[in-house]
Design a protein around this ligand. Structure first.
Ligand code: NAD
Ligand code: DAU
Length: 338
């Protein structure tokens, strides 16, 4: 069987996806491509490093990508700059990875006749959802941050390539993920690890912004449902309807972890902060028969336990030591790269 290329899989969702794939479909040959930015951590792939081939490359590097895509039976692109706050400070890396990188993949998928390409996008492309509404896949894109705008640009490029060249591509747009291996700059791992360290919990603005939470394991099964049964050219929203205000979520964590609400610290709001994300996922559930397996309550409990059991993983990231450690252990170019 030909190999499947999974990009960005040294990051949070991509690494969970490759773990899931190796355990559920052990026959699949997997090539992981990752540039190893600050968010890419080879430790995330450590337990399965003998099962995959790792190539350190930038998805915007056409030559390197042509090498891995030749003979592949598909590519799933998780690679991206993913943190909204960073995009407010410097947008250029977001345009490079999230826009130029995706066009490079599209050109190669067309040229090398790769049979299938799944672009992993986000609910943020729709912008903030007014109370009482949920966005479906036909809704207008209205991104609020450079991050969201770069993901929306990529979605348009994918649709243009499908329309013009019948490139065999699909798009998923997921809501906020949480679970193991999430970089501790994102809300949930930051709050969980700060609670463990008895540090303040920075709540942006009034904390009443709402997000829809999807456990990363459920994201993986949804991505696979789209990969196997999704229609070329179609977009699929991936979510749960588990909508919670940030402050409520943080108070839940504090209660479960038996810590004091005095750690809550209100700070200046994120500029342009979207108030609410909410997805209509009926296409995923009715057309593809996908079902959520992990409730928010179960998922939060398991995630807290994971961060409790994996202190060295997040402590080394928070202290900035992990890169030096892996470069020492594997050399500068990653474990399995020639
Ligand atoms: P992450 O920041 O944890 O990981 C991103 C990975 O991509 C890192 O390993 C990084 O090294 C790699 N990367 C970045 N630029 C690259 C490039 N030019 N070439 C090769 N590799 C590159 O991100 P994540 O949270 O795992 O998100 C994965 C994807 O899912 C992204 O496309 C993101 O937009 C999307 N998404 C994320 C969420 C969420 O809640 N985290 C929700 C919906 C969609
Ligand atoms: O909705 C999907 C998106 O979810 C993905 O596309 C992004 O890649 C991912 O980063 C995430 O974006 P958010 O901006 O929603 O996630 P973040 O974890 O940064 O913030 C979640 C909410 O918590 C948001 O309302 C901002 C708030 N927040 C965040 C941090 C880091 C705080 O109040 N304090 C914080 O310290």
């Amino acid at each position: 069987m030909a190999h499947l290329v999974v990009t960005g899989a040294a990051g949070f969702i991509g690494s969970n996806f490759v773990h899931w794939l190796c355990s559920e479909h052990p026959d699949r040959e997997v090539v992981v491509v990752d540039k190893l930015t600050y968010a890419g951590n080879l430790g995330n792939l450590e337990p399965i490093k003998d099962r995959i081939r790792f190539v350190r490359a930038d998805i915007a590097d056409a030559e390197a990508m042509a090498e891995v895509l030749r003979g592949a039976d598909g590519i799933i692109n998780f690679a991206a700059e993913s943190h909204v706050d960073r995009s407010l400070e410097a947008a250029a890396p977001f345009l490079h990875s999230n826009v130029v990188g995706v066009q490079v993949i599209l050109d190669l998928v067309k040229e090398l006749e790769v049979p299938r390409f799944l672009q992993i996008s986000t609910d943020e492309v729709y912008g903030s959802a007014p109370e009482g509404t949920r966005f479906n896949e036909e809704d207008r894109l209205n991104p609020s941050s450079p991050y969201a705008a770069s993901k929306a640009a990529a979605d348009h490029l994918v649709q243009a390539a499908v329309h013009t060249w019948t490139v065999p591509a699909l798009i998923t747009r997921a809501s906020n993920n949480y679970g193991p291996y999430q970089f501790p700059e994102k809300l949930l791992p930051l709050m969980i690890t700060n609670i463990m360290e008895e540090k303040p919990l920075p709540v942006y603005g009034d904390g009443m912004q709402k997000r829809e939470w999807l456990h990363v394991h459920d994201h993986c099964t949804a991505v696979w449902a789209v990969w196997q049964r999704g229609e070329i050219g179609r977009i699929y929203n991936l979510g749960t309807g588990d909508e919670v205000a940030n402050l409520e979520l943080i108070k839940t964590l504090l209660a479960v972890m038996d810590a004091s609400e005095e750690l809550i610290t209100f700070v200046t709001d994120r500029p342009g902060h979207d108030r609410r994300y909410a997805l209509d996922i009926s296409r995923l559930t009715t057309e593809l028969g996908w079902q959520q397996q992990i409730t928010l309550e179960e998922g939060l409990q398991a995630t807290i336990e994971w961060y409790r059991d994996n202190r060295p993983w997040w402590e080394s990231i928070k202290s900035g030591q992990y890169r030096e450690y892996y470069e020492r252990m594997y050399g500068r170019r990653g474990p399995a790269q020639q």
